[in-house]
Design a protein around this ligand. Sequence first.
Ligand SMILES: [Zn+2]
Ligand SMILES: [Zn+2]
Length: 338
Amino acid sequence: MKALMKLINGEMALVNVPEPSPGPGEVKVQVKATGICGTDLYGYSAVKPPVIIGHETAGEVVEIGEGVKKVRVGERITTETTAYICGKCRFCQNGDYNLCLERRGLGSKINGTFADYFVIREESIHPLPSHIDFFTGALTEPLACATHAVMEQGETLVNDVVLVLGPGPLGLLVSQVAKTKGAKVIICGISGDEKRLTLAKNLGIDFVVNLEEIDISKLLRKITKGYGVDIVFECSGSPAAVHLGLELVRKRGRYIQAGILHQRVELDFNDILFTREVCLIGSHTQKPSSWVKALGLMEEKKVNLKALVTHRLPLREWERGFKIAKEKSSIKIILYPD
Ligand SMILES: [Zn+2]
Ligand SMILES: [Zn+2]
């Protein structure tokens, strides 16, 4: 089969590899759709080549391994990205699979889903809600990252004033999930983000701000009576956004780093932690409880995933897909096997 592989020299190539077959407790899935993630685009330290990349996926079960009980051939599914966990460490015991010391992820340490087929442990599989098509179903993983950030790490509550920095796929999902919790959401972008900001407006986000056109401090003085926002979700991965978020969060507010930063950031801990008691929180991918929450929101039609899918391309056009994914005029690009 054809598969998009990250090679040992760091380059990406469409290669011919044998079809995988499921071991005991594993399921073989025919890929129908896989989304391009920021981690595929910009290189990510967890990816250990040579490996087939891709992890935001939906497909159909075509074969089950020995001992598989809950999953059936022909089922329409999506999958968690956990391909292996130790099951014994304190994080595993607590359901925090994302933090397991020996975790191996689909498309980073284990062959992923930019291919015709992949195999994964039965426990990671979830059936897709019946009204969700495969292209939309591929967004379950990024949605689970958003439910993890908003519900589990941010503990967002009704009436919280929430600031989302960065209107990319993650920011648009985080904003929608925060809305389902009854928060008042302000999403921010910069010039070039117009298309994404327009979508945010169409999705019903309360305040949509181009930071180069609107004075955010002035707007927040009005909305928060000068206190600052209750929660910041930094979804852009830009150091400038980190500084802005930390400036705009209120005393004892919560700052959640949801996007990946590719540079070190220098922080004034005296101001942030000592003077203002701001709570700094991390949010790393997703874990089983985040998937249950994400699929629940999909089942109840509380989030619009379909609107985020701007491009669908065959896998053989992956280079074009990756190029488009780096442009801010796109949102989510889905690749499907030819
Ligand atoms: Zn991803
Ligand atoms: Zn573990």
